[in-house]
Design a binder for this molecule. Structure first.
Ligand SMILES: [Zn+2]
Length: 372
């Protein structure tokens, strides 16, 4: 909890906002305290900045102000137009949510509204930068119309933001003693960045806390197997930091060294475990959970959903994301450290440690398999 509290106390850590420095310093210090050899990896990308709160109003029929949040990579604009349903849209590779286009007088698409299926408006990231304004609304935004869009709804939408070329992001990498000589590496990761405006205690200071607690505690590892800890940024930008790190390992030619990626994300509250696994890793998770948390309710996400493990999964590396669900306030200013639960953090650490130890044992005895 100590590290989660310290990170959350720094406030929002939105990648590209230029306020990463304190968090990176904190992470480097914590890694060194844990006995890791810690370094910083920088990468560049086209950033984005919100300049004013967005506004969405239904102006016909009637008049209503609709709570909304801006999608990262939205364009700017102050528009008025007619709504047209635009079908389901994939959001961050995890959700399929209803979307609506705003058509101007020339019938051109001049704005985009995405409707979250299960709760209030919270920001997410677009797959690609848009030149038109794009916002997200809560699942109840059409309740005044009985939940469905009537004909000829006119809205006004205003978003003020800008794209920022040459932004920098930073990952923090910690190597355990013995990694140099190891034949097999287990990569344990978590992201320290947050959605804009959120202190990100559960998403994901909690995962950083658990990862760095693991780094500081003795793990029972056979010879030849060692752990690298990587704390990514840019996760909320659909895994920018993880992709940058993966690219660096590909260029270094030592990607095949990584036998398992264990991604720890949102582990400070929730009523059930919702891990992302693959056929390669589900038996490993099942064994560890049965040993450490036999009472826990587990819902498996196989094939895996997106997260920092996902680019590694695509590259053919077995992966697990450890995650608890639900969390109704993630990506908001209410994601604060006081709402974290010590017990969930402790259980997550114990489960993650057992996953690492079983995988390491199997790797040593079979030479290359994390499951036997
Ligand atoms: Zn997260």
């Amino acid at each position: 909890m100590r590290i989660a509290r310290a990170l959350a106390a720094l406030g929002p850590r939105f990648t590209g906002a230029g306020n990463d420095e304190q968090a990176v310093t904190l992470l480097l210090n914590e890694m060194r305290l844990a006995g890791l050899q810690a370094t910083r990896q920088a990468y560049t990308f086209v950033g984005w900045e919100l300049l004013a709160p967005p506004r969405l109003q239904i102006v016909e029929p009637g008049f209503s102000e609709i709570p909304c949040a801006v999608m990262i990579r939205s364009g700017s604009g102050n528009i008025r137009g007619r709504l047209r349903p635009a079908g389901l849209r994939s959001v961050v590779g995890v959700f399929n949510w209803e979307s609506f286009e705003v058509l101007n007088e020339a019938n051109e698409v001049s704005g985009l509204i995405i409707q979250r299926s299960d709760g209030p408006a919270i920001p997410q990231c677009l797959d690609e930068a848009l030149s038109i304004p794009a916002v997200i609304v809560g699942s109840d935004w059409l309740d005044a119309f009985g939940g469905t869009l009537p004909e000829n709804v006119i809205v006004t939408l205003s978003v003020e933001c800008r794209h920022k070329p040459d932004c920098s992001g930073f990952n923090v990498v910690g190597a355990m003693d013995g990694l140099q000589d190891a034949t097999a590496e287990i990569l344990v990761c978590a992201h320290f960045d947050t959605m804009y405006g959120s202190p990100g205690a559960n998403d994901n200071a909690s995962g950083v806390d658990v990862a760095l607690q693991l780094a500081a505690q003795p793990l029972t590892l056979p010879p030849g197997v060692a752990v690298r800890f990587v704390i990514f940024s840019g996760e909320e930008w659909i895994q920018l930091g993880a992709n940058a790190y993966l690219g660096a390992r590909k260029r270094a030619g030592d990607l095949a060294q990584i036998k398992l990626v264990l991604n720890i994300d949102m582990v400070g509250k929730g009523s059930y475990l919702w891990p992302s696994v693959t056929d390669d890793t589900e038996p490993l998770f099942r064994q560890a959970a049965a040993e450490v948390l036999p009472q826990a309710h587990v819902v498996y996400h196989n094939p895996p959903m997106k997260g920092d493990h996902y680019p590694f999964h695509v590259a053919g590396i077995p992966s697990i994301m450890l995650l608890w669900w639900p969390d109704n306030v993630y990506h908001t200013l209410h994601d604060v450290a006081d709402a974290l639960d010590d017990k969930t953090l402790l259980h997550s650490k114990e489960l993650a440690a057992r996953i690492i130890e079983i995988a390491a044992q199997n790797l040593a005895s079979t030479k290359d398999q994390i499951c036997v």
